[in-house]
Ligand binder design. Structure first.
Ligand SMILES: [Zn+2]
Length: 472
């Protein structure tokens, strides 16, 4: 039932099988036919299930499946690897996870990393398993009852005694010949699909192997599941570093990437993405992302002004901006809606804006672009613009930086739209005239519609960046 040359029968993964919700169904199905057993006390001759987990990628996922099992009433064994490339078993947070699994009533076993040891004989295997079991016992206060091989070679699989180092061998001859087996190795059902095995329930007893990393909250391909485990951990490690320096009130020198730090407390996800690009020196992608962030910010502030100061209902704001259908110069729209105070406060001149606008155009269209050093300087510049616009937005009566939650920008839905000029409205609302002094809504409509007809393109001055094409 277990051999190195078994051929897969399901080469196509069924991603929808591997969610925690689907997992719960399997647990219920299993418990309706089999009694859970532990490796320390196997009721040979009875109808039992040994449900085990080889923790290859993530102990966090182990906790998620362990909790589901606890809630459904199944006890299982989590085999952990002292030499994992994906987690550090002796780290405080990971030991805490193991203690929580033990508190749920689960067992912990040893996932013996065969590749780490150049085992040449069964005597050596005895010693190696015994030593690693001793380490686990030292840190968990409980000696594991069983071990399983991680990436076993033909030699390891030829070691078929019931026990090594005093631990039950999950790959013993007895298991291979007497206990039918079902595994989710590699994120798909290599031999039999577990749901079918459990529905059928014809096996007198079962050893089920599931790897926690394969079971996620939503369906996704196997590589994406491993990606989530690996990068989730890397991100947590960087958070730990940044938080620790902040907590100890130490300088966190990050070179030019310091420019993006202001975003960390505003939009952490975006900060993480940009920080990743920056530290990976992927400046072309970073420049485009920062440009997009800045433009999004300008649009969102325009929306906020139209909603909050011009008192336009959200649906009308969307209609106004969505129906345009051409690539506008957002700075010019911003100027029409928000006035010039931010632009005037900007130390950057028109020539500089035009230069960076051209760089963006070239990057977006795959044309020769400046070298990394110049792009890095551009990224610093873009960060400064985003940060200064955010500060401006917070100072204005809209009190919005263009970066936070979208729900924050719209006017109440029962507001009746008005049609008088921005200056009149500012006086009427008691708002700041500077933000709405740029003419009426009708002027804005005319301006936007001018883009549709192409008239506005002809009006553009040299200060407005490269000419943009109408979308087909
Ligand atoms: Zn493994």
């Amino acid at each position: 039932m277990i051999s190195v040359d078994n051929r897969p029968v399901h080469a196509v993964p069924r991603n929808e099988d591997f969610t925690v919700e689907a997992y719960r169904d399997l647990l219920r199905l299993c418990l309706s036919s089999y009694s859970p057993a532990s490796y320390g006390c196997i009721p040979w001759g009875e109808r039992f299930v040994l449900w085990r987990h080889d923790c290859d990628y993530s102990l966090n996922r182990a906790l998620a499946v362990g909790r589901a099992e606890h809630e459904e009433g199944l006890r299982s064994t989590f085999f952990v690897n002292l030499h994992s490339e994906f987690y550090n078993l002796l780290e405080r947070g990971q030991i805490e996870i193991l203690n929580r699994l033990l508190a749920f009533g689960h067992d912990v076993g040893l996932h013996f990393d065969a590749a780490f040891h150049s085992t040449r004989s069964e005597e050596e295997l005895h010693d190696q398993v015994d030593r690693e079991a001793g380490l686990l016992e030292h840190f968990l206060g409980r000696r594991p009852a069983a071990f399983s091989f991680h990436n076993p070679t033909a030699f390891h699989l030829s070691c078929e005694s019931d026990r090594y180092g005093g631990l039950v061998n999950c790959y013993s001859r007895r298991f291979k010949t007497e206990v039918p087996y079902c595994s989710d190795s590699n994120g798909y059902w290599r031999f039999r699909r577990l749901a079918e095995v459990l529905n059928d329930a014809s096996d007198p007893c079962l050893q089920i192997l599931t790897h926690p990393g394969w079971w996620q909250s939503r369906a996704m391909p196997p590589r994406q599941r491993v990606f989530r485990c690996a990068f989730g951990r890397a991100r947590a490690t960087m958070r730990l570093y940044d938080d620790a320096l902040e907590q100890w009130d130490r300088e966190n020198f990050a070179g030019t990437a310091t420019s993006i730090r202001f975003l960390r407390s505003i939009d952490f996800k975006t900060f993480e993405t940009l920080d990743y690009l920056w530290n990976g020196r992927r400046f072309a992608s970073l420049f485009l992302e920062l440009s997009r962030l800045h433009e999004t910010q300008l649009w969102r502030i325009c929306e906020a002004i139209l909603g909050r100061q011009w008192r336009l209902p959200a649906a009308e704001v969307s209609a106004l901006l969505d129906h345009v259908g051409v690539e506008l110069d957002v700075l010019r729209v911003f100027e029409s809606v928000g006035g010039k105070s931010w632009l005037q406060a900007e130390p950057e001149d028109d020539e500089m804006r035009r230069k960076w606008s051209m760089v963006r155009y070239r990057l977006a269209h795959g044309l020769p672009a400046p070298a990394d050093d110049a792009l890095e300087a551009g990224c610093v510049e873009l960060c400064r613009r985003v940060e200064s616009l955010a500060a401006w937005g917070r100072r204005e009566s809209i009190g919005f930086d263009g970066l936070g939650l979208r729900e924050a920008v719209s006017a109440p839905s029962d507001v009746t739209p008005t049609r008088h000029s921005g200056e009149d409205r500012a006086a009427h609302d008691g708002g700041e005239p500077a933000a709405t002094a740029r003419g009426s809504l009708e002027d804005l409509r005319t301006y936007l519609e001018g883009f549709i007809s192409g008239e506005a393109l002809g009006e553009r001055t040299s200060s407005q960046g490269p000419r943009r094409q109408r979308r087909p």
